[in-house]
Write a protein that binds this ligand. Structure first.
Ligand code: CDP
Length: 226
């Protein structure tokens, strides 16, 4: 059976991870959350007390950072590990979200993570979500999906998700962070989030998880039969 790589890019908190996980489970592929890797670098930088805008300082600690994924026996999902510690929960806080887009603007950080991401996709059978997966990480991905939804819908979903996992925040704070990251991620000079005509578009502002999954699965089947 032919194996493909699937790239899912789009704005923050629009359900890329949810769709990527559903597709990976249905196809028996690996799901890789590239944003988790940028978040893990950010956590390391914050713990080291460095200024996320200090490119030289951030670049100098990259050789000390080891990031990898391991399947969590309890949840069945892969968690991100940073230098021997499971940081899956801690990287989701708003504190990390507040600095992650500054860290992701640094070209050396991107080179460091992109090399690792490309290695993970070498044998195909990967569903990876992020901002630059279809443009930079896997420019030859057989299927590229771009996801978006209105900022308000995304903020509501992310707020509910954070609240459910016990993280204290407000809807306004989450909406502000989402708007801010949308701008930084789209205007940065290295690998900005860019919609091209190679992508199939999903605006899920008023679409259920099942509807978007069915739509994407049809695209997968048509690519596999090509
Ligand atoms: O979960 P959410 O959609 O809010 O974001 P994420 O996928 O965890 O990514 C966090 C941040 O990492 C983004 O806002 C980007 O600044 C950066 N990122 C990136 O630059 N390139 C990627 N491939 C993935 C994430």
């Amino acid at each position: 059976m032919k194996r493909i790589n699937i790239a899912i890019d789009g704005h923050s908190s629009c359900g890329k991870g949810t769709l990527a996980k559903q597709l990976a489970a249905a196809l028996g592929y690996k799901f890789i959350d590239s944003g988790a890797m940028y978040r893990a670098v950010t956590l390391f930088v914050q713990r080291a007390g460095l200024n996320p805008e200090d490119e030289i300082a951030v670049t100098s600690v990259l050789p000390e950072i080891r990031i990898y994924f391991e399947v969590n026996a309890e949840t069945g999902h892969s968690d991100v590990w940073l230098n021997g510690e499971n940081v899956e929960k801690e990287i989701r806080t708003l504190k990390v979200a507040e600095s992650v887009s500054q860290i992701a603007e640094i070209s050396e950080v991107r080179r460091f993570l992109v090399a690792f991401q490309q290695k993970m996709g070498i044998d195909k059978g990967v569903v990876m979500d992020g901002r630059d997966i279809g443009t930079i990480v896997f420019p030859n991905a057989e299927l590229k999906i771009f996801m978006t939804a209105s900022p308000e819908v995304r903020a509501r979903r992310r707020f509910d998700e954070l609240s459910a996992s016990g993280i204290k925040t407000t809807y306004e704070e989450v909406l502000g962070n989402i708007r801010n990251r949308d701008i930084i991620d789209s205007v940065r000079s290295d690998s900005p989030l860019t919609y091209t005509n190679e992508y199939r578009l999903i605006d899920n502002s008023s679409m259920s998880r099942d509807e978007q999954f069915e739509m994407a699965l049809k695209w997968v089947v048509s690519v596999l039969n090509r």
